[in-house]
Design a protein around this ligand. Structure first.
Ligand code: CTP
Length: 396
């Protein structure tokens, strides 16, 4: 239910704008107040009269409308809501948001707001796939903007593919997920995820087989319980979760800097498979084959991020969870690792190739705490993440 919640709905100029009329009805049925804003382009697709009639409220259209400014200034308008929803979010609106433009009412509200923002993109499939839109999407997710859709399907322009705006009820579900208070509301939680890449030369690097799937699932599960998640990710295959602040890094050193910048946090989950070593003097030129023999690589030890944060004297997160990827004597090794690193919990798993866990959809973990080892049954990485998030919520 959305009883008592206030949504500022920005309707952009796309054919999907007709679905936003239904979205207004669905939101109001659930008890939400909807203040609509219609862009100039949006007016080409739905009429101001139908929008304001369905919302049962004044419609805002112009940045420089003296009447509106006297009644409610645009800065105030941007902050009255519990959530700002942009539906449809066109390629143009996304580009404006990603680049900080403020040249009309909608983009100015989005720049001025201090409330969370959810966008429902809708555009032609080629426009969605375009490098510029994908770049803007990464930027927006990194800014903590939540995204719902787009869906695959037949498009009004006759093409097929991703670009259709999510259905009104899917958008309602995404709004409810953002606005429902969870047990981790008000908690700021850091998650590291994915592998790190340690350069050898400009084209080669040392890496590991981590897909980042378990870390992404944990970020998603924590956000679903209401946490503010700072997601520091190495170059992972798995997509970063929606609605979290994403910080992308490549090396262990960069990951440490991003982690330090994210502190203080209430809890920190170190799911990243950080490379233990880097090449001491990575070449800034591509190494060539030579008659003089094979290249000699000298290694240096990377900072142990989990250990450094666990042993902080001031500002240590209240709960620190490390991971232990082991291939033998899993419980003994992980128990020793917890003490050596100084973290509160260790999530241990057996990553021997026969288990199929590394890169696979499932995980079988043992949670090691002060109370000993708790062996969880094999389940999907999403289920592991949800169970861990609930344990974290119980502990904080
Ligand atoms: N970790 C980290 N920084 C590193 C290495 C590891 O933050 N430089 C974190 C990982 O994110 C994980 C935990 O430490 O939470 C376990 O890492 P792992 O590499 O398995 O442990 P090691 O200390 O390397 O122990 P060993 O080599 O004995 O397995």
């Amino acid at each position: 239910m959305l009883q008592g919640k206030h949504i500022l709905l920005i309707i952009g100029g796309g054919i999907a704008a007709f679905k936003s009329l239904d979205l207004i009805r669905r939101l109001r049925e659930r008890g939400a107040t909807v203040t609509p804003v219609l862009t100039r382009a949006g007016e080409q697709f739905v009429t101001p009269l139908s929008v304001s009639a369905l919302a049962g409220r004044k419609l805002y259209r112009d940045l420089f409308d003296l009447g509106d400014e006297a009644e409610m200034g645009h800065i105030q308008l941007s902050r009255v809501a519990d959530l700002v929803v942009v539906a449809p979010a066109t390629a143009d609106l996304m580009a404006k948001m990603a680049n900080g433009h403020a040249d009309d009412l909608a983009s100015t509200l989005l720049m001025a707001t201090d409330t969370p923002v959810l966008i429902a993109p809708a555009m032609n499939v080629r426009m969605w796939d375009h490098a510029a839109t994908q770049r803007n999407l990464v930027t927006l997710k990194g800014d903590g903007i939540a995204v719902v859709g787009p869906n695959d399907g037949d498009m009004a322009c006759g093409e097929f593919g991703p670009g259709r705006m999510s259905e009104p009820m899917e958008i309602v579900a995404a709004i409810e997920a953002r606005l429902t208070d969870g047990p981790l509301s008000g908690k700021r939680i850091l998650v590291t995820s994915g592998p790190t890449h340690e350069p050898i030369d400009p084209v080669r690097y040392i890496a590991n087989r981590s897909s980042g799937a378990q870390g992404a699932a944990i970020g998603r599960a924590l956000a679903a319980l209401g946490a503010e998640v700072i997601f520091v990710s190495g170059p992972a295959d798995a997509a970063a979760p929606d609605g979290v602040e994403v910080i992308r890094v490549e090396t262990a050193q960069q990951m440490l800097e991003a982690v330090e910048a994210a502190l203080p946090v209430d809890a920190a989950i170190f799911a990243a498979a950080v490379a233990d070593w880097r090449v001491a003097s990575a070449s800034d030129r591509k190494l060539k084959k030579s008659k003089d023999g094979l290249p000699m690589l000298e290694f240096a030890e990377n900072p142990d991020i989990l250990r450094m944060v666990s042993q902080m004297k001031h500002g240590r997160p209240g709960l620190i969870v490390g991971f232990a990827a082991e291939t033998d004597d899993v419980i003994d090794n992980a128990t020793a690792k917890r003490l050596r690193k100084g973290c509160d919990w260790i999530v241990a798993n057996d990553v021997s190739p026969a288990t199929g866990i590394m890169g696979g959809p499932e995980n079988a973990v043992i949670l090691i705490t002060d109370d000993g080892a708790d062996v969880w049954p094999r389940m999907t990485k999403d289920a592991v993440a949800r169970r861990l998030a609930q344990r974290i919520a119980d502990a904080l």
